[in-house]
Structures are given as structure tokens and as C-alpha cells.
Design a protein around this ligand. Structure first.
Ligand SMILES: [Zn+2]
Length: 236
């Protein structure tokens, strides 16, 4: 057997997602995180704020909702209580550096950096801070799709989440306190994941889109890719 394909030979990999608000992680990445946990990755979600400025009036509820979503997608959560719309890049850098020390992630996923003209101010600050840390510490970094305005987001990596679309829908459904918001509309979320499928020339299926900001690989990556290509060929 090829040693690279023997899963026992892999050390467990950890993905660390760092997002400003609870729910930011499920909208663009619940399917991908679910696939990663199913294949043995340790999935850690770090949320910077506690939802105290959310238009939903139930502070703290979003943490419980996040943990319920985490049970579905196989993720564990860690929450900070930075003040929404009032935390600095330096604060996020410090939080991220501590989390990296604890979890030693093989991959970080965060917001796509967007001008405040389009995106939430907290997303932008988080994205800049995490980009700085990932670059300095040489950790692979992916940006996930913004919840609404896609301006400035240049996806170059797509994950087929068709097999876990029900998990994604269920994870989003855990955020009951957010359901009145436009960006939580399930039909629009599904349409976007169908849009990415169309961009890939696929008539069916659901995809999540990422922009790779930084990535490095070793031989195991090519072994896994070769194995994946074989499976595609077998299916045809
Ligand atoms: Zn957010």
C-alpha cells in the first residue's frame, strides 16, 4: 500500500476558523467543515464577539446556537467577547496568536478582506489581522465567501458539498435568533452554492467557494489528489 494513502500515517490535521460573529462560519463554510470533520480533521471555530450588538435581542443565545451547529458539522467552538464594531486589528492579532499556539492549525479560514464600503467593518478588521498572522507564521489561509456583497472576492478553490448539503442547511437552521436577517435566507444561500456549481460547469450539486490566500503542501497532498482523481474516473 502507498504509505501516503494509509490514513493511519497522517497526523491529525486541524483547521481553525476565525470569524467575527457566530453564524459567519456556517454560511460560507459549513459544508466544507463538515467534510473535513468526517475525514478526521479537528475542526475548531473561534468567534470573536458575543452578539451583544446584534439586532436580535438575545445576547448569549448565539453561542448556544453555534454549539448546536457545531454538533451537526463536527466542530468545537471557542468564544471571545470583543465589543462589536469596536475591536482593533492588534486585539485580533493577539487572540489569533494565542489560538494558534493552542491548536497548531494546519489551515486557517477567515473572512475575505473587503472594503468597508461593502462588508461589515468587523469582517474587514478580522480579515486583515488574520492575514497578517497567517503570513508571519506561514500557515495556509483561505478566505470564505462574504454573506452578501461579493465585490472583491475572487474565488479560486471550490469544494463539492453536495453530500453534506443537509448538514449545512441544518447548521444554518440552528441560528434561530438570526433567521429574520436577509443574509440568512435559505433559498438565497442554496442559490449561491448552485451558482458556484454552474461556474464549474456542473449542472447539479452544491459547492462552497474559497479564495486561497496562502497555501503550501507536501507529498501527501498529491497522494490524496491522485486518489480523488481516481475516484472521479471510476465514477464515469
Ligand atoms: Zn459577521
Amino acid at each position: 500500500m502507498n504509505t501516503y494513502l494509509d490514513s493511519n500515517k497522517f497526523a491529525q490535521q486541524t483547521v481553525l476558523t476565525i470569524y467575527a460573529h457566530a453564524d459567519d462560519e456556517v454560511l460560507p463554510a459549513a459544508g466544507t467543515l463538515s467534510l473535513m470533520s468526517k475525514t478526521g480533521w479537528n475542526v475548531r471555530c473561534l468567534i470573536l464577539t458575543d452578539g451583544s450588538l446584534s439586532s436580535s435581542d438575545i445576547k448569549g443565545t448565539r453561542h448556544q446556537e453555534a454549539e448546536a451547529a457545531g454538533k451537526i458539522i463536527g466542530a468545537t467552538y471557542e468564544f471571545y467577547a470583543l465589543e462589536e464594531c469596536n475591536f482593533s486589528t492588534q486585539t485580533v492579532i493577539k487572540v489569533a496568536e494565542e489560538a494558534i499556539k493552542r491548536w497548531q492549525p494546519n489551515l486557517i479560514i477567515t473572512h475575505a478582506p473587503q472594503s468597508e464600503k461593502y462588508g461589515h467593518r468587523d469582517h474587514e478588521v478580522c480579515a486583515i489581522a488574520i492575514s497578517n498572522v497567517a503570513t508571519r507564521k506561514n500557515i495556509p489561509l483561505w478566505y470564505s465567501a462574504p454573506p452578501v456583497f461579493l465585490r472583491g472576492f475572487e474565488p479560486n478553490f471550490f469544494v463539492d458539498i453536495t453530500s453534506v448539503i443537509e448538514e449545512k442547511i441544518a447548521a444554518i437552521g440552528c441560528y434561530e435568533s438570526e433567521m429574520s436577517k436577509a443574509f440568512m435566507q435559505l433559498d438565497a444561500i442554496l442559490v449561491l452554492s448552485r451558482f458556484w456549481a454552474r461556474e464549474l460547469g456542473q449542472k447539479d450539486g452544491y459547492f462552497e467557494a474559497f479564495e486561497i490566500a496562502r497555501q503550501w503542501v507536501d507529498a501527501s497532498f498529491f497522494a490524496a489528489m491522485a486518489n480523488s482523481n481516481k475516484q472521479v474516473l471510476t465514477q464515469e
